[in-house]
Write a protein that binds this ligand. Structure first.
Ligand code: LLP
Length: 429
């Protein structure tokens, strides 16, 4: 990976900055993100959209992967849209100056208050999940005297092979209108009768950390088929196709994702063919990558503490963070690579279980991880933690959330301050 290297002291560097020096300067645990790599990933999507759709499309960064003011500024500068999924993400994006008209507002149970906020802030698109939401939205728009572009979230009936907790395209999913049962078509028919909510397109998201291209092509074909049906039966011309996110990234050597460019090329082919078959113009395409923008750009630095050998079983290496800053092993048994940052030049000769500091046996970050020889006081870097780590962090055991540091051209700056003990009790009465 071009973002990482080892310097003369044998220390791991990210984006040109010495990770051991970062740990010393800002303390651990610490999230560190390579801004150059994030921007690079944004540009790869933009170039692919230019190449395969003649620029008629946009990548909307799925900010649930990592949300703070600075990331909205960065993706805005890169010409992207954003996907937000709560009033909190929406608020943060607007506070960072993100243009409302490039925001897609998601969620399977948006509250009336959230919808109202989105309307007043003139959010670009609301991705409507269910009929109750559709009716509430129309009612609120009427009251506010406003119009709103909407997409319908459709379950295309595509089963992508990924962890069941992050699979979303199948019929038995809490998200969206089912295609097979006619639910989605019926919803479009209702939209045709509305005056304020204007249906402009369809959305689907089939899951996350997906390596195969075919499920996306299949979903695209099905949604375009539905667009044809909606035109014939409801008289609505839908110009926008939002295929969600979910493009997988490489966490360990076992992962072998297709580069996004090839991915986009094949999906584009499916879209062009399906549109031609339906006699429809090629839709404006929206993608919602989250993990693939920030995942590999982030690492987490920890200080190694206790070491415990269970003879013949395993060696536990405890670090000063854990499931509070990265709950993904506890939730999905996800795999990570780790490097002893102050011995990055040495061969990995140890196999360890990296344990967190929480009062919970399942608080692990990795099992069977290969690392350099490691002792208390060493700095351990867990790689590819840029997505769904900080954004899923908690204060379990009243552990403060770590700071987030952004690195660019060897220089670092804090973009999210470390939580203090006072932050922890701020709302306690
Ligand atoms: N669009 C929609 C509507 C989504 O629901 C998601 C993710 C995305 C885009 C972005 O997907 P990505 O490109 O990041 O795969 N917490 C889990 C991931 C949950 C993803 C939920 N939705 C994890 O840590 O793996």
């Amino acid at each position: 990976n071009e973002s990482f290297s080892v310097n003369r002291e044998g220390h791991l560097t990210i984006g040109g900055a010495d990770t051991v020096a970062l740990a010393r300067e800002y303390g651990t645990p610490l999230y560190v993100m390579d801004e150059g790599m994030i921007r690079d990933n944004c540009r790869r999507y933009r170039r692919a959209i230019d190449e395969f759709y003649g620029g008629r499309g946009i990548a909307a960064y799925a900010s649930k992967a990592f949300s703070c003011k600075e990331i909205y500024r960065i993706v805005q500068q890169e010409g992207m849209g954003v996907d937000v999924v709560s009033e909190g993400e929406l608020y943060t994006s607007l506070l960072a100056g993100f243009p409302a008209d490039k925001i897609f507002f998601h969620g399977n149970n948006k509250s009336e208050g959230e919808l109202q906020f989105a309307i007043r802030q003139r959010v670009g698109y609301i991705v409507v999940d269910n009929l109750r939401e559709l009716h509430t939205l129309e009612h609120l728009l009427e009251r506010e005297g406003q119009e709103m572009k909407i997409l319908l979230r459709v379950k295309p009936g595509v089963d992508a092979h990924t962890h069941q907790f992050i699979r979303t395209g199948q019929i038995d999913s809490k998200f969206g209108f089912a295609l097979e049962t006619g639910e989605a078509l019926a919803a479009a028919r209702e939209c045709a009768a509305l005056r304020r909510a204007r249906l402009v397109g369809l959305h689907c998201h089939i899951g996350s950390q997906i390596f195969e291209v075919e499920p996306f092509c299949l979903a695209a074909r099905r949604l375009i088929g539905l667009m044809g049906q909606i035109r014939r039966e409801c008289g609505l011309e839908l110009g926008m196709l939002n295929l969600g996110g979910g493009f997988g990234i490489k966490y360990t050597e076992e992962d072998d994702p297709v580069p996004y460019e090839r991915f986009m090329e094949r999906v584009s082919l499916a879209i062009h063919e399906a549109a031609a078959a339906e006699g429809l113009p090629v839709p404006y395409v929206v993608l919602e990558p989250g993990r693939s923008i920030v995942g590999r750009a982030g690492i987490t630095l920890y200080t190694v503490g206790a070491r415990k050998e269970i003879p013949g079983v395993r060696t536990y290496l405890s670090v000063d963070g854990g499931m509070t800053d990265n709950p993904r092993y506890a939730l999905y048994q996800s795999k990570y690579e780790a490097i002893v940052a102050n011995r990055a030049g040495e061969p990995k000769t140890e196999t360890v279980t990296i344990a967190g500091r929480c009062c919970e046996s399942g608080d692990l970050l990795a099992e069977g991880a290969k690392v350099q020889p490691c002792s208390p006081g060493d700095i351990l870097a867990v790689l590819s933690t840029g997505a769904y780590n900080y954004s899923m962090a908690s204060n379990y055991n009243r552990v403060p959330r770590p700071a987030v540091v952004m690195v660019k051209d060897g220089k670092s700056r804090v973009v999210v301050r470390r939580e203090s003990l006072d932050d922890l009790v701020r709302n306690d009465l």
